[in-house]
Design a protein around this ligand. Structure first.
Ligand code: HEC
Ligand code: HEC
Length: 207
């Protein structure tokens, strides 16, 4: 590499570093409003039923924030946790959603997100075609499920099964989960799946 090319590479590196620094500074004031519930590390809070979001896939996070903002998610009668989050997403601008998603995806992921190494139950075979382990393509909008709380996972599976979180609203794209979890899934199967992906026994006290 000649002197001139080395200078160009050096300048490009500086620009990239300053773009990341800018993203962090731009996002911090907005993330302040998320900390009360999701925590400063973004690992969520089981006791208040708030999921971990740090280290999650950026395109997935962006889609969820848009879905809460538009009322596609969190709007069903009786979905009180979704309603909390919907309220939080309402004032976000498109630029804030982009910054927040990239910022969160770049943070250290929650404990257990790499998977427990447990043998999957046969009901999980179909799930593992999309929710693969390890090196997920960062442009994928399929979320990481491992290590999220069993309570949260179970609630989301019920939401897909019973249609509170999916594509039936006009003008909204159907999500990939719509054809997967349908009425043929019993609560026992969904609890088995929640226990497998969370890496812990299903919390029986939670409904
Ligand atoms: C009042 C508490 C509260 C605040 C504040 C809050 N959230 Fe949430 N958030 C929740 C709850 C509860 C859920 C789960 C909702 C559900 O079941 O749909 C959630 C879910 C999410 C999800 C979906 C996660 C997934 O795996 O699908 C994202 C993304 C998210 N929040 C981001 C944010 C961001 C970004 C902020 C700040 C702008 C924020 N939240 C502020 C309570 C909160
Ligand atoms: C065709 C690919 C595909 C298959 C198969 C699939 N998923 Fe998904 N899953 C997705 C995508 C994409 C999303 C994000 C959908 C959205 O935006 O709501 C998702 C979202 C989820 C979520 C919500 C996670 C969160 O953080 O809120 C859960 C839980 C889930 N899937 C469980 C399962 C289970 C259990 C199975 C097997 C029974 C399964 N998935 C099979 C693609 C798939």
């Amino acid at each position: 590499m000649g002197k001139f090319q080395r200078l160009i590479v050096f300048l490009a590196g500086l620009l990239a570093a300053s773009a990341i620094a800018h993203e962090e500074t731009a996002v911090l004031p907005v993330y302040q409003s998320c900390i009360t519930c999701h925590g400063s590390d973004g690992w969520g809070n089981d006791a208040t039923r708030v999921p971990a979001i740090a280290g999650q896939q950026a395109p997935y996070l962006a889609k969820q924030l848009q879905d809460y903002r538009s009322g596609f998610r969190g709007n069903a009668v009786g979905d009180k946790w979704g309603a909390q989050m919907s309220l939080m997403a309402k004032p976000l601008t498109d630029a804030e959603i982009t910054h927040l998603s990239r910022y969160l995806a770049a943070q250290r992921s929650w404990p257990g997100s790499a998977g427990s190494g447990k043998q999957p139950p046969s009901s999980a075979t179909v799930c593992l075609t999309c929710h693969i382990k390890g090196d997920l393509d960062p442009s994928s909008s399929t979320p990481v499920l491992w290590g999220l709380s069993g309570d949260y996972l179970y609630r989301q599976m019920l939401a897909y099964r019973d249609g509170w979180r999916d594509g039936s609203q006009p003008g909204q794209p159907q999500s990939a989960m719509a054809p997967v979890i349908d009425v043929t899934y019993s609560e026992a199967t969904l609890q088995e799946l929640a226990a497998y992906f969370s890496g812990a026994a299903f919390p029986q006290s939670r409904q």
